[in-house]
Design a protein around this ligand. Structure first.
Ligand SMILES: Nc1ncnc2c1ncn2[C@@H]1O[C@H](COP(=O)(O)OP(=O)(O)OP(=O)(O)O)[C@@H](O)[C@H]1O
Length: 208
């Protein structure tokens, strides 16, 4: 399970997160929601180990990733809001860069992403939606115990949105902990826990 305790973060004099706390158990899906600029991406970056908090604690399966950063590598996957891929490299080489065997695109897990036909294409020549699918595949190929996704289905058409949502349900069934920031109704209703951020504070609702 994961426990997020009293996370605070400012940029300069601007206080963005003012003591965010919540917990999630294996198989739980948490939606981080709130208005544009309320701090969702900042929180996701902190949870994924990209940005340090000013204060607060993280506990992932009884390990402290702030004291032992390899916990992020060993337990977590992260789909950032912006494209993390190397544009000049092919899809195949990007997968390798993220530690994936490109053959995995034929496996049951990644087949719905339909990456096989674009494996040799340079990422720079792909559409925004295709890049998104590759970025998600790079983050999930090793089935991390905890997955952070920042607006995961932005730029995807309705067909791929649905297949990624189906993948998320499977991931939950396998016991994964999914934390995602989203503005999408379909994603919010997939999540049993809603963490609503406003003025730096979080309100948590357990829906089901
Ligand atoms: N690296 C940074 N340096 C300074 N300010 C930043 C930085 N990153 C984010 N901010 C500011 O922090 C605030 C929260 O930004 P953040 O991207 O976390 O919001 P968000 O809730 O994810 O927004 P959106 O829904 O539009 O994606 C904004 O005012 C933003 O300008």
């Amino acid at each position: 399970m994961i426990q997020i305790s009293e996370i605070k973060k400012s940029y300069g004099k601007q206080l963005i997160l003012d003591g965010i706390s919540f917990e999630a158990q294996p198989g739980e899906c948490v939606a981080v929601i709130g208005r544009n600029g309320c701090g969702k991406s900042t929180l996701m970056q902190i949870l994924a180990g990209i940005e340090p908090p000013d204060s607060g604690e993280l506990n992932y399966y009884h390990r402290n990733p702030r004291k032992d950063p390899k916990v992020f590598r060993e337990l977590c996957g992260y789909v950032p809001q912006s494209n993390p891929l190397m544009e000049e490299l092919s899809v195949r080489d990007n997968l390798k860069l993220f530690g994936a065997n490109p053959a995995i695109v034929e496996d049951e897990l990644l087949r719905p992403f339909e990456l096989a036909p674009i494996l040799n294409k340079p990422v720079g020549k792909l559409s925004g939606g295709m890049k998104r699918r590759v970025a998600i595949a790079c983050a999930v190929h090793h089935i991390p115990s905890i997955l952070f996704m920042d607006e995961p289905t932005t730029a995807l058409d309705i067909y791929f949105k649905q297949s990624i949502h189906e993948w998320m349900r499977q991931y939950q069934k396998m016991g994964g902990i999914l934390i995602m920031s989203t503005h999408e109704d379909a994603e919010i209703s997939l999540c049993g826990t809603h963490v609503f951020i406003e003025n730096g504070k979080a309100t948590t609702n357990h829906i089901h």
